[in-house]
Write a protein that binds this ligand. Sequence first.
Ligand code: FAD
Length: 154
Amino acid sequence: MYDAVIIGGGPAGLATAIMLAQLGHRACVLTQAAATTDKIGESLSPTANPILQQLGVWARFLAGQHRPCFGNQSSWGGPQLDAYDFINDPNGHGWHLDRRLFEQQLKERATALGVAWRAPATLTQALLIDPQSTAAYWQPRQLVCPPPRRAPVV
Ligand SMILES: Cc1cc2nc3c(=O)[nH]c(=O)nc-3n(C[C@H](O)[C@H](O)[C@H](O)COP(=O)(O)OP(=O)(O)OC[C@H]3O[C@@H](n4cnc5c(N)ncnc54)[C@H](O)[C@@H]3O)c2cc1C
């Protein structure tokens, strides 16, 4: 019996699982891919640094192949390119991620904390059932669906 089943083994799901485990809860991550895969999204802003420290992955992260990133340029809905220089950020510089390694590092931390990992597995349906029911379904106290783009449950 888990306190929480988290759908999706990306950064959001793994960070949620780590935080719950650090608070003493029994968490399980259920995710589609059996192994970490290549994904789009290779830069991390400096605001992530204190979060990685809170999650207890900072030393592991620094020991990896991630490279410093000193600013971003982006264009949202128009031709103008806006620049953001991290020299003004109190959290220091950001990172160009080895994305596959990043997820592996989060997964290692979660596993070390006792988080269960069920993959490959896809959540296709969730039922609200009577808490007194003895039906042989998984009945976590919480179902967490952090990946907003493809979350099957609302
Ligand atoms: C083009 C593009 C560029 C981006 N660039 C950046 C960037 O530079 N920096 C940045 O920080 N972010 C970037 N992002 C955002 C990026 O999506 C997030 O950084 C990050 O991937 C979100 O993490 P997540 O854990 O929410 O989702 P994901 O990494 O997508 O993980 C979700 C996981 O849930 C699994 N899943 C989904 N549905 C189910 C289901 N029903 N059952 C079981 N498992 C399921 C998926 O297989 C996946 O493994 C970019 C996004 C895009 C599209």
